[in-house]
Design a binder for this molecule. Structure first.
Ligand code: AMP
Length: 455
């Protein structure tokens, strides 16, 4: 850990007395790296993007400076808006805010979907200074006129990667329309994606970017290796051959870049490893996800296939191997992936598969780490598949499927039609009416139409 972090104490942040007292009640000794790094930039009022995982103390990192300017007010409408993707996170953030405002005269409120909206409307009407919300429910409350956001000067979008993964982009951009233009935007995410980049481009003004990529996992603790593999199905064969070694591959987290490929990999390996393998991504139901994580964490399942975004919130211990089934487009995501192994002073193992097409992102990962990952020769015994997934196929034009079409003579139906099916098509009631409708050219035509309409 750089010296810089060790030197900073909460006293150095010059927190307001009631906040400092609340912090000392909690027994926290010093700010975490993200807390120390973002405090001054947030106070300066600039837009900020923080790349940090859950568990780094990022919630306090944005709340602490925001509380600095927050004063007692009788105003009903919120001044700080914090958006998070799930109900659980709303409750968690509300709890954290509450613990910090214990000695302050300010109000926090949480609103989220899946709960009675009328109860929430009543709570909103009583007023709050800090509103914590999921985008969907917040948008419903805006539309119904229950929430007015015209006083919001500070907007926090937290866990934005998950938010976009859950498809909240539409609600987010609609919410932006209801916020005052002059405001400070803060965004926090564990992973970076192209969608997030685009969102920043559209709504943020030259933001400061602060990245806390490795949350306390020194690289030396992780034994890394890389295999060059021709394609998806060969990667699957290689993975299967590694997983066959049950003694060393005791708890394996497999990262796949997309939901589609995660499902595809699961199906490919299901026959061999189905009884000891789970899968988790944002298209799976909440219950399914909870069950998959539980079964992996408890040791019932040895293997878990996951997408980057969904896996980042999981607190999983004692992972023997992290397998990157593909190279993430954003090199920081690779750091997050491998950070899941080798925790708590134990050596971890990371294995990366890459195809020729993935050479550039692999180089970017190595550049970021300033480390060349040792290559392992592709094992001889593993079958090289010729099957390609759509993304790997060269573009081909489909043949006209009708060219060799042979008309097949069909015989009569083998049963008598039911009475209701014997009706012939009369053109529908609208068309029948239309037949007796004459485009009026004279007053007489109009009367003709009127008479027919009455029939
Ligand atoms: P977060 O990354 O915001 O989900 O925070 C993870 C956990 O770290 C929370 O349970 C906080 O209570 C705790 N935490 C936050 N700041 C500190 C700190 N400065 N020292 C110790 N623990 C902290």
């Amino acid at each position: 850990m750089p010296k810089f972090y060790v030197m900073i104490l909460f006293d150095d942040l010059n927190l307001a007395t009631p906040v400092a007292k609340a912090i000392s009640d909690m027994g926290f000794e010093k700010p975490t790296p993200i807390q120390a790094e973002v405090y001054s930039p947030i106070l300066s009022g600039k837009d900020l993007v923080g790349i940090a995982q859950t568990g780094t103390g990022k919630t306090f990192a944005y709340i602490l400076p925001l509380l600095r300017d927050l004063k007692f007010s009788k105003e009903i409408h919120p001044k700080i808006l914090i958006l998070v993707p799930t109900r659980e996170l709303v409750l968690q953030v509300v709890e954290q805010v509450k613990s910090l405002i214990e000695y302050m005269n300010v109000r926090v409120l949480g609103v989220y979907g899946g709960a009675n909206i009328n109860t929430q409307k009543t709570a909103v009407a009583e007023g709050c200074d800090i509103l914590v919300a999921t985008p969907g429910r917040l948008y419903d409350l805006i539309i119904s006129g229950s929430i007015v956001l015209k006083l919001v000067k500070k907007l926090v979008i937290d866990v934005v990667d998950v938010m976009l993964d859950l498809g909240f982009l539409f609600q987010l951009t609609n919410i932006f329309d209801h916020l005052p233009e002059r405001r400070q935007n803060l965004m926090f995410s564990a992973t970076m994606t192209e969608e997030i980049d685009a969102l920043i481009d559209d709504f943020f003004i030259t933001p400061i970017k602060i990245s806390i990529a490795l949350s306390g996992t020194p690289l030396e603790n992780i034994e890394q290796s890389v295999y060059q593999v021709p394609n998806f199905y060969t990667k699957a064969n290689l993975l299967a051959s590694l997983l066959a070694d049950k003694n060393s591959y005791t708890k394996v987290l497999v990262f796949v870049d997309s939901k589609k490929n995660a499902d595809r990999l699961f199906t490919t390996l299901e026959e061999e490893f189905g009884s000891e393998m789970g899968i988790i991504h944002s298209n799976k139901s909440q219950n399914f996800r909870i069950r998959s994580v539980k079964e992996f964490d408890s040791g019932k399942n040895r293997i878990l296939i996951a997408t980057d975004v969904i896996a980042r919130g999981l607190d999983l211990d004692k992972i023997s191997h992290v397998v990157s089934f593909d190279v993430p487009v954003y090199p920081e995501n690779y750091m997050h992936r491998i950070g899941r192994t080798g925790r708590a002073e134990e050596a971890g193992r990371s294995i990366l598969f890459y195809t020729e097409m993935e050479e550039a992102p692999k180089d970017a990962v190595e550049k970021l780490m300033d480390y060349q990952i040792p290559t392992i020769e592709f094992p001889e015994g593993v079958e090289v598949s010729q099957d390609l997934i759509p993304a790997e196929r060269p573009e081909v034009f489909e043949k006209n499927p009708n060219r060799n079409f042979k008309k097949v003579e069909t015989g009569p139906a083998f049963h008598e039609k039911k009475d209701k099916n014997k009706k012939t098509n009369q053109g529908g009631s609208y068309l029948r009416k239309k037949k007796i409708y004459k485009k009026p050219q004279t007053r007489g035509d109009k009367n003709f139409n009127r008479r027919n309409k009455k029939k």
